[in-house]
Design a protein around this ligand. Structure first.
Ligand code: G6P
Length: 479
């Protein structure tokens, strides 16, 4: 057994709240906010827990160097990092070696597990489990063990340890083996799949993952649907019930969002956007450059609107904001190039001297995303699958125009917003085009009534309450 530390509350996730990117000189490292739903939600939740420790992975060489230099990997004690951090919690980065990290993150977490949980495979050729994949899987096991060891060492007796997402599926069981006394929560931010789709993974790996997760006392999912599919999978793979499964649908915090969106940088982006959009209707979407977000079919649907309903030409603008993501994975680079090409084709086909049909941006300029959220008349999300899709909730809260929402029925958010959103099958491009038109022509009063109900649903369980609900549940299971 490892020696016990002092932290009462620990969070573990692959990506931490900040990333550090090496600058030209030794003094101009840049600190950026991590992107994605996990970091947004957790960052907000932990800002109310000053004594917490957040354990994450060093994700690049610069972070590995800094983490090795900081005692216990306490990167939050490096002055320029501390300045950028919202909240007083400790951030520790594990300086796991580069090869192990890349195998675990790019090859297993992002190319194998993410693909399986979002059903992104091109089955005639992918996936392939061979000797080289097995070596990558061994890295994933080592990566998980490094987290379990660090948590076992830092946790006080009886501490609460909240482990996050598919990068760390094996951690709950590994930690439980070292520390009987701690309470372990595990939260899955992605969707779950049915046992047949989970069966795309090798049989022993399926068992290891499910058993790894079942090391936790409470297993959280965003929706009943994902929770139910996990229970079925546990039954099918290990023949066991999963009594600790609970549903905690992460929502958004309106005050926090308004504070961010009210910054001067956002106002000036909004003015620029207004110059281009004018009094036309704006369809907005904000994503990472992520295969599961289905931007490709989204652009096809918008093109179909312009092709088949010429009356909309000149009267609508589509703003597509993409935050760069997972650029080390070849499939992501190819996908990004493909959506960029399609966006150019659409602009070439329809642009006129006084109308830009499409604003397509790949950038890290979050202020620009927030400006789109404030201005949009139609919120557009057509993910192939999505654990929640926090962005649609954020857009609902920030749009100054009672937006209508076109939403993939395969998102967790669809369970929360229900029929007030116009729900679409993400593969049905014509059906999506039809829904976009319905969203554009929806009468003002109906739009306002739906938006009001959807906003209430979006803020029902903001991050602090979401996190607290999980801690309360852990307390209950302790009894
Ligand atoms: C999703 C995942 C998170 C992940 C985020 C960003 O929201 O559930 O675990 O952090 O995407 O992806 P990245 O690979 O950049 O961490």
């Amino acid at each position: 057994m490892s020696s016990e530390g002092h932290a009462q509350l620990l969070v573990a996730s692959n990506r931490g709240p900040l990333s550090i990117v090496a600058g030209e000189g030794s003094d101009d490292d840049e600190v950026r906010r991590g992107s994605g739903g996990l970091v947004s939600g957790m960052q907000a939740a932990l800002s109310a827990s000053p004594d917490a420790v957040w354990v994450s992975a060093a994700m690049n060489d610069r972070e590995r160097v800094l983490a090795r230099r900081s005692p216990g990997g306490r990167i939050s004690e490096v002055p320029f990092v501390a300045e950028a951090l919202h909240g007083d919690f400790d951030v520790r980065m594990l300086p796991i070696d580069g090869t192990t990290f890349r195998n675990a993150y790019n090859a297993i977490a992002n190319s194998t597990l993410w693909f399986a949980l979002h059903r992104l495979y091109d089955l005639p050729t992918q996936p392939i489990y061979d000797a080289s994949w097995r070596r990558q899987w061994a890295s994933y096991v080592r990566f998980n063990q490094a987290f379990a060891d660090a948590l076992a060492e830092a946790a006080a007796p009886g501490a609460h340890v909240m482990v996050q997402d598919y990068h760390l599926f094996l951690v709950p069981r590994m930690l439980r083996r070292q520390r009987e006394d701690v309470r372990i929560g595990f939260f899955t931010h992605t969707p779950w799949v049915n046992p047949a789709d989970f069966g795309v993974l090798p049989d022993d790996v399926q068992r290891e993952i499910v058993d790894g997760m079942l090391g936790a006392d409470v297993l959280g999912f965003h929706t009943e649907r994902w929770a139910g599919l996990f229970r079925e999978t546990a039954q099918s793979v290990l023949g066991v019930d999963a009594p600790g499964v609970r549903v905690f649908p992460l929502g958004t915090d309106p005050d926090e969002m308004h504070e961010q969106a009210g910054r001067r940088a956002v106002d000036s982006q909004l003015r620029l956007l207004e110059e281009t959009v004018g009094d036309r209707l704006l369809i907005g979407r904000i994503d990472r450059t992520e295969l599961s977000k289905n931007v490709y079919r989204g652009l096809l649907a918008y093109r179909e609107v312009l092709r088949t309903r010429p009356e909309w030409r000149g009267r609508v603008v589509h703003a597509v904001f993409n935050n760069p993501s997972r650029e080390d994975v070849p499939a992501y680079r190819e996908y990004t190039a493909r959506i960029e090409r399609l966006a150019e084709e659409i602009v070439d086909e329809f642009e006129t001297d006084d109308w830009t049909p499409l604003l397509f941006e790949i950038s890290e300029e979050y202020a620009s995303a927030l400006a789109i959220m404030r201005r949009c008349d139609v919120v557009f999300v057509n993910s192939i699958r999505d654990g929640m899709n926090l962005v649609v909730l954020e857009e609902l809260v920030l749009s100054e125009r009672d937006p209508s929402v076109v939403l993939s029925r395969e998102t967790g958010a669809a369970e929360i917003l229900g029929d007030d959103a116009l729900l679409v099958n993400p593969f049905d491009v014509s059906g999506t085009a039809q829904a976009l038109v319905e969203a554009l022509i929806m009468p003002r009063e109906e739009r306002a009534a739906r938006a009001e109900r959807m906003r209430a649903a979006a803020v029902a369980l903001p991050p602090v309450a979401w996190f607290q609900a999980q801690l309360d549940e852990l307390e209950k299971t302790a009894g």
